[in-house]
Design a protein around this ligand. Structure first.
Ligand SMILES: [Zn+2]
Length: 75
């Protein structure tokens, strides 16, 4: 249950179908009835664009954005 709630990548309908041993059917992105995961992907044009990046490169990008004052570092 914790993994289901903390999931931020896989469509909730797919997760539930796997749990119930049914054929997974992800949300229809053109529908207004999508799970929160698919809705967040639908709303953000940049969602997942860096998913193929190596962690080191993503870290360097964040560091550079902090140095350029695009992002703010907080404790
Ligand atoms: Zn979904």
């Amino acid at each position: 249950m914790v993994l289901f709630c903390e999931n931020r990548k896989v469509c909730r309908n797919v997760r539930i179908a796997h749990f119930l041993d049914e054929t997974p059917r992800p949300c229809d992105r053109n529908s207004s009835a999508v799970c929160d995961i698919c809705a967040s992907e639908k709303d953000c044009a940049l969602y997942g664009k860096g998913s193929g990046w190596k962690t080191d490169n993503a870290f360097r990008l964040v560091q550079q954005l902090i140095l350029d004052n695009v992002l703010e570092e907080r404790e």
